[in-house]
Design a protein around this ligand. Structure first.
Ligand code: NG6
Ligand code: CA
Length: 511
């Protein structure tokens, strides 16, 4: 055979392989970023050019949701494809909490690993480590590497919870054995400055909680000592996530990879790198939005530089809706102006009103997703089954119990349907939202302290309370029409009960 013909055949073979090979997947989950916090969803006080670019080049969802209005349950569901309320102990995880996803559970990374993907999580974890507790000075196991990830580089809890150290694979990074790390919920004996005893020294004052161990001039939730060489500066977190992501993407650029990138922005304490400080009129909350957008931009640039934009599906989402004062006096309330963090929606973090879970949701895959604004309902809980489908796999029948295959809707295909219903939960109090088409049922079992617009009578709830809204005519959930539509309330209430008692909502046999 002539060398030129051989080269031609080889070229054909390679292109066929490239066309059939699974795309890379990058899921970037922001923390506490509201629907209205990005300029492509209408923000004007802050500009998010990188996120806007993805929205312009891909599918922007106006009914994109996370599954809960706090972090741990949403992240649990994102990875397991199961609503968090189905498993006890999935509320906001404490510093010394164990891993809440049991090894052997079907997860988004375990599915993709079966399809040959390299898998990594970089950023905030907040799903616990170890069993029954993390061994901070030893091997942190089980953790991400036991549930499907090949690599992790983590903020183990939250930036406002101790300890402020990175975890790389199964160890605290840069930990000096001569200076062990101790983490606890009791103040250690001896001299131990806290946010109460040394309040006047703090560079950011607290407003509630957050008054225990001080690190980097900011007092936190919980106590710790030692591990001085391992501690990070809040100002350097965004760079750490971006640098590690670039390194890992480059190292895995020749095979399908799945990166779950979870920056801590814009969670409290909101301390952006010096170069982002003062960039918006919104104070530190705005700085952190700009910083998060910069992270997204750096990832896009990396894909462009490596020629991976057409081989990579990027998903942007958030772990819960917005909050202003979440325990630190950082000016978020005072500097808000006209900015609407939840866009037109009611409530925010901690609530089952739309603002709690309806959050930015964008997919971009250059050349494969035609630019579109989609009204289909999609949720982060659907990612395991949908992204599994992209890689040609279905989750095990006993896993991903609430994760629907919405791949076509997520790829913005014309006519492709999203969810016909969506259950929304808070941190696990028993309050639920149920969206079905244009209707929204809010069922409060517990006092809802999450937002100002709940009237005094609504707040004092004697037993369960139901509210009904028509989201088409009333997206802001201001006009409770339950009295006018008792039949719809009854039907949706029964649907909610069934979703709970059935213990799963993904059909056993899924197409
Ligand atoms: C709350 C904290 C809040 C935040 C939240 C978890 C106080 C007063 N409030 O208990 O600051 O840390 O937990 O946020 O301590 S999440 O986004 O990780 O769910
Ligand atoms: Ca959060």
């Amino acid at each position: 055979m002539k060398p030129s013909l051989l080269a031609f055949l080889l070229h054909l073979l390679c292109s066929a392989w490239a066309a059939s090979a699974n795309p890379n997947i990058i899921v970037i989950m922001a923390d506490d970023l509201g629907y209205g916090d990005v300029s492509c969803n209408g923000a004007t006080a802050v500009s998010t050019p990188a996120i806007d670019r993805l929205a312009r080049e891909g599918a922007r969802f106006t009914s994109g949701y996370c599954s809960a209005s706090t972090c741990t349950p949403t992240r649990f569901s994102l990875l397991t494809g199961t609503y968090a309320f189905r498993q006890k102990g999935t509320g906001i995880a404490p510093p010394n909490g164990p891993l809440i996803i049991k090894p052997g559970t079907e997860t988004l990374p375990s599915i993709l690993k079966r399809a040959g993907y390299a898998t990594a999580v970089i950023g905030k974890w907040h799903l616990g480590l170890g069993d029954p507790a993390p061994d901070w000075n030893g091997v942190l196991k089980p953790g991400p590497l036991e549930i499907g990830f090949d690599h992790c580089f983590l903020l183990p809890t939250t930036n406002d919870r101790v300890p402020q150290v990175f975890v790389e694979d199964r160890r605290v990074k840069n930990l000096d054995p001569a200076d062990p790390l101790w983490v606890g919920d009791r103040q250690p004996a001896g001299e131990h400055p806290t946010g109460i005893t040394h309040r006047d020294t703090l560079k950011m004052d607290w407003s509630s909680g957050h008054n225990q161990t001080i690190h980097n001039g900011i007092s936190r939730i919980g106590f710790y000592t030692g591990g001085m060489k391992a501690r990070f500066r809040d100002e350097d977190l965004a760079d750490a996530w971006v640098n590690e992501s670039k390194r890992w993407i480059e190292a895995n650029k020749d095979r399908p990879f799945f990166l779950y990138l979870a920056p801590q922005d814009i969670h409290v304490p909101r301390v952006a790198n010096e170069r982002f400080q003062g960039k918006t009129p919104l104070g530190p909350r705005g700085d952190c939005i700009v910083q998060f957008d910069w992270c997204v931009g750096e990832i896009i640039k990396t894909l462009d530089r490596l020629g991976l934009a057409e081989k990579t599906l990027v998903v942007i989402c958030s772990d819960n809706g917005p909050v202003l004062d979440d325990g630190y006096k950082d000016g978020a309330v005072e500097k808000l102006g006209d900015h609407q963090p939840a866009g037109p929606y009611r409530g925010g973090k901690y609530s089952v009103w739309e603002g709690g879970t309806r959050t930015p949701f964008i997919t971009r895959w250059k050349g494969r997703i035609a630019p579109v604004v989609s009204e289909e309902i999609v949720c982060t809980v659907d990612l395991p089954t949908s992204l599994g489908a992209l890689a040609g796999l279905t989750p095990a029948a006993n896993g991903c119990l609430d994760s629907m295959n919405l791949l076509d809707a997520m790829l913005g295909k014309p006519g492709a349907k999203g969810r016909d219903h969506l259950l929304q939960q808070d941190n696990g109090s028993g309050n639920f939202g149920l969206r079905a088409g244009e209707w929204k049922l809010v069922r409060l079992e517990k006092r809802d302290k999450s937002e100002a617009r709940v009237s005094k009578t609504e707040r004092a709830i004697p037993g369960a309370k139901r509210f009904l809204y028509n989201l088409t005519s009333d997206p802001g959930e201001t006009n409770d029409v339950s009295a006018a539509h008792p039949d719809i309330v009854q039907r949706m209430n029964a649907q909610l009960d069934k979703l709970i008692s059935d213990k799963r909502s993904r059909p056993r046999e899924q197409p």
